[in-house]
Design a protein around this ligand. Structure first.
Ligand code: CP
Ligand code: NVA
Length: 307
């Protein structure tokens, strides 16, 4: 199966391939909003079927992949782990062999990153990581598309991650490498991302625990929930520890004068982000969410062209 192309992290594509996907996403968005509208992409992947395996909840990921496949003339099939034999202990590799023999592409949202790796190793079709405990690369495609639409290239800019060193933070580390920006990570002590990932990217990624210092002059501030899916029991304790890490108007005032802020959603107003920023008429957060659709359509098209 080694010649099959997968998208498990941003490192699975070269910087130029990623940029090409983002420019195609911007083009597809424009075409979708043109007179052609609903018909624009019906001939992109006629008859293609995506299997969507969800072991965690989702709104944006499910709706964007399912709509995207329909818009491209294909179909998407929702497979909850509780309703399939995966949830009853059928080995991941066996499931991968069977499911991939019947569909053209698979998307998986799960817990351990090793699960998507095991699935991909036995899959005869491309596999997309739609979020694991370690990475969320599809969200980064949408975030980078949003930046490009607003400001052009992100190369040489400074991004400040505020909050938990989680799957989104670790995806920003990969993005810093692939899209050539500086990343400052501001998290409470003990909530840093993987030490190996930090060490491998120490030329452009640093940890600055004090949020005001980290945000100083940054071009983009990014945050996410303090307790990710699977960490619900830690929510109350984390809320106390992370309180100084709210992205609010005060923290934004430390950033560059035209700085932007992003949040992958779902958000908790008054916790990791202020209600004022979430509900500001100028926020690009809704554009960022919509871009999941366009970026992933371009991603699926690229994976099915190359496989
Ligand atoms: N940002 C994101 O992945 O949202 P969902 O959990 O709703 O899919
Ligand atoms: N870090 C969050 C992202 C949700 C899209 C989580 O894993 O729950």
């Amino acid at each position: 199966m080694s010649d099959i192309r997968h998208f498990l992290t941003l490192l699975d594509f070269s910087p130029s391939e990623l940029t090409a996907i983002l420019h195609r996403a911007i083009e597809m968005k424009r075409e979708r909003n043109s007179d052609q509208g609903q018909q624009a992409h019906l001939n992109v992947l006629p008859g293609a079927v995506m299997g969507m395996i969800f072991e965690k909840s989702s709104t944006r990921t499910r709706v964007s992949f399912e709509s995207g496949m329909a818009q491209m003339g294909g179909h998407a099939m929702f497979l909850s782990s509780t309703d399939t034999q995966l949830g009853r202990g059928e080995p991941v590799g066996d499931s991968a062999r069977v499911i991939s023999s019947m569909v053209d592409i698979v998307m998986i949202r799960t817990f351990g990153h090793d699960i998507v790796e095991q699935f991909a190793a036995q899959s005869s079709v491309p596999v997309i990581n739609a979020l694991t405990d370690d990475y969320h690369p599809c969200q980064l495609l949408a975030d980078m598309q949003t930046w490009i639409e607003q400001r052009g290239s992100i190369s040489g800019k400074t991004v400040c991650w505020v909050g938990d060193g989680n799957n989104m933070c670790q995806s920003y580390i990969n993005a810093a490498r692939q899209f050539d920006f500086e990343l400052r990570i501001s998290c409470p002590a003990g909530f840093e991302p993987s030490a190996d990932l930090l060490a491998a990217n120490s030329d452009r990624v640093s940890v600055v625990h004090e949020p005001k210092l980290a945000a100083n002059g940054a071009d983009l501030l990014v945050t996410d929930v303090w307790a990710s899916m699977g960490q619900e029991s830690e929510q109350a304790e984390r809320a106390k520890l992370f309180a100084p890490y709210i992205v609010d108007e005060e923290l934004m005032s430390r950033a560059a004068s035209n700085a932007l802020y992003m949040h992958c959603l779902p958000a908790h107003r008054g916790e990791e982000i202020s209600a004022g920023l979430m509900d500001s008429p100028d926020t690009i957060i809704w554009q960022e969410a919509e871009n999941r659709l366009h970026a992933q359509k371009a991603l699926v098209e690229a994976l099915l062209q190359k496989s």
